[in-house]
Write a protein that binds this ligand. Structure first.
Ligand code: SF4
Length: 451
C-alpha cells in the first residue's frame, strides 16, 4: 500500500520547512518572522502567502550575501534584527533558518541569545527555530515552530482552560472552530490563531503587524490547562506541541484528525463533550443531520469518482476519509512528506486491503501525473500546484489546501465542521457532475455506435 520512491523529485509536492514556520508565526499576536538566509527565501514565502491569503505579508530577512556566506552571517542577522525592531516594534520575533544558513552551520540559538544579551530588546520575546529548507517540509516546519513556542513560553500552573493546537487550516476554518468552542462555553487557548491576522477586514488605518493572533499570555497559560486537543495525528511526537505540554506539565493531550468528514468531526465534537462535560448544542445536531442528508443525496453521483488527493498529509488523510465515507474511491494519495502513518490509519479506519489504495509519500508532481493516468483517476483534489495535470490531461481539480494562487477566496473557505465538510463534498460532487455532463453524449455515442 505505501510505496517509497527514492529518486529525483521534479516539481515536488511540498514546500520547505520555513514556509510552515512563516504560517505558524503569523498566528501569534504582533509577531514577525526573521529569516536568516538569502533574501529570495523570504520573497518566495511572502509571494506564496500574499496570493493565497490575499493579505500583505511582511517577512524580514538577514539577506546573506557572498561575504556573510563565507565568513558567517552573524552581523547581517543582528543588523536585520535591529532594523526589524525599529520598523515593526513587535512583541515576538520568530528567528528561523533557511538552507543557506544551515549549510554554513549557523547556530541560531546562540546568535539570538547573544543578540538579546548585547542589545536593549525591552519586552520583545525571541523564538529561534532551526528550519533548514531541506530538513523537512512546511508540515514539519509548522508543528516544530508551534512546539518551540510552547517550549519557550508555557509555564506551570493550574487553570480551567482547554488548549487547541490548530492544524494548518484556513482563517475561515479557524473562525469556524472558534464558533464551535464558544458554543460549548469553554475558555480556550488556540494556537496559532490566524483567523484575523491572515484574513482581516478593510480599515482606514494600516497596521504593519495586523491585529489578532494568540497572545503570549495565552501560550503561557497552556502549561496549566486541563487538556490539549491537537488537531493532527501525523506529526511525530518530537514536534508535537501537545506532547510537550503533556510530558512537561502533565496536561493530557488528545490528538485527533482535522475535523473534516463525518467521522472526524464527530471525534472532535465528542471529545469536546467529554472534556467540558457539556452537551452538544442544537445547531451542531442540526448541522450533523444536514450532513447525513447531503451524503444520502449525493452518494449516487459520487460512486463514479476515482480521486487523486495530494498535499499536506493531515489534509490528504481527512479528505480521503471524507471520500471513503461518501463512495468516492481515493485511488491515489500523495504527499511530499515522508510518512507511513497515513496508510496505517486508513487501513485501520476502513479495513482496507494493502493493495486497495496507492499511497506515495516524499513524491513529486511528475510521479503523481504518471499514476493519475495509470489508475484512471477522474478528479484531482489538492492545491493549485496540481493544475498542470488539469492543463495537460484535462482532469478537473478541486482546489483545497495551500497554496491556492489561481482562485479567489482560499482564506475564507471553510472545510471543517459538518457544514464545511458538506460544502467541500458538494464541490467534489459537482465537479464530477460537470465532467459527466460535459461529455456524456459523446460517451454514449461511443459506447453504442462505435463499440
Ligand atoms: S528550499 Fe531552501 S533555498 Fe529554497 S526557499 Fe526554502 S529555505 Fe530558501
Amino acid at each position: 500500500m505505501a510505496r517509497n520512491f527514492v529518486n529525483l523529485n521534479v516539481n515536488p509536492c511540498k514546500m520547505c520547512m520555513p514556509m510552515g514556520a512563516a504560517i505558524a508565526f503569523k498566528g501569534i499576536e504582533k509577531a514577525i518572522l526573521m529569516m536568516h538566509g538569502s533574501q529570495g527565501c523570504s520573497t518566495y514565502m511572502r509571494r506564496h502567502m500574499a496570493t493565497h491569503y490575499n493579505e500583505p505579508v511582511d517577512i524580514a530577512s538577514s539577506s546573506l550575501t557572498e561575504r556573510g556566506t563565507v565568513y558567517g552571517g552573524e552581523d547581517n542577522l543582528k543588523k536585520g534584527l535591529k532594523n526589524t525592531i525599529e520598523l515593526y516594534n513587535p512583541k515576538v520575533i520568530g528567528v528561523v533558518t533557511t538552507c543557506l544558513a544551515e549549510t554554513i552551520g549557523e547556530d541560531i540559538e546562540r546568535l539570538v541569545n547573544e543578540f538579546v544579551e548585547q542589545e536593549e530588546v525591552g519586552e520583545i520575546s525571541f523564538v529561534p527555530v532551526a528550519t533548514p529548507g531541506y530538513g523537512g517540509t512546511e508540515f514539519e516546519g509548522y508543528y516544530l515552530s508551534l512546539r518551540k513556542m510552547v517550549e519557550r513560553f508555557a509555564t506551570e500552573g493550574s487553570n480551567d482552560k482547554l488548549n487547541i493546537i490548530a492544524g494548518n487550516l484556513t482563517p475561515g476554518d479557524i473562525r469556524r472552530i472558534k464558533d464551535i468552542l464558544e458554543s460549548f462555553s469553554v475558555d480556550y487557548n488556540l494556537l496559532p490563531d490566524i483567523s484575523e491576522t491572515l484574513d482581516g477586514g478593510y480599515s482606514d488605518d494600516y497596521h504593519k503587524l495586523p491585529e489578532g493572533g494568540t497572545t503570549i499570555e495565552e501560550i503561557r497559560s497552556m502549561g496549566g490547562a486541563k487538556a490539549t486537543i491537537e488537531l493532527g495525528v501525523l506529526a511525530g511526537e518530537n514536534i508535537s506541541p501537545g506532547k510537550f505540554l503533556e510530558d512537561q506539565f502533565g496536561v493530557p493531550v488528545y490528538r485527533v484528525p482535522l475535523p473534516i468528514g463525518l467521522a472526524n468531526v464527530d471525534k472532535f465534537i465528542n471529545l469536546l463533550v467529554e472534556i467540558t462535560g457539556r452537551k452538544t448544542n442544537a445547531k451542531l445536531t442540526k448541522d450533523r443531520g444536514r450532513m447525513l442528508d447531503a451524503m444520502v443525496d449525493s452518494h449516487k453521483y459520487n460512486a463514479q469518482g476515482r480521486a487523486a488527493i495530494f498535499g499536506q498529509p493531515e489534509l490528504v488523510y481527512t479528505i480521503a476519509t471524507l471520500c471513503l465515507e461518501n463512495g468516492i474511491f481515493p485511488a491515489l494519495l500523495a504527499t511530499g512528506v515522508e510518512t507511513s502513518r497515513l496508510s496505517e490509519l486508513l487501513k485501520k479506519d476502513f479495513e482496507l486491503a494493502a493493495e486497495d489504495i496507492l499511497i506515495i509519500d516524499d513524491t513529486d508532481f511528475q510521479t503523481i501525473r504518471d499514476y493519475v493516468n495509470k489508475l484512471g483517476v477522474n478528479i484531482l483534489i489538492g492545491h493549485s500546484d496540481g493544475k498542470f495535470i488539469t492543463e495537460k490531461d484535462g482532469i478537473p481539480l478541486v482546489r483545497v489546501g495551500f497554496p491556492i494562487h489561481d482562485r479567489m477566496g482560499a482564506q475564507r473557505k471553510v472545510n471543517v465542521a459538518y457544514d464545511g465538510s458538506v460544502s467541500l463534498l458538494d464541490q467534489i460532487t459537482n465537479t464530477l457532475l460537470e465532467s459527466k455532463y460535459s461529455s456524456y453524449r459523446e460517451d454514449m455515442y461511443d459506447e453504442y455506435f462505435t463499440g
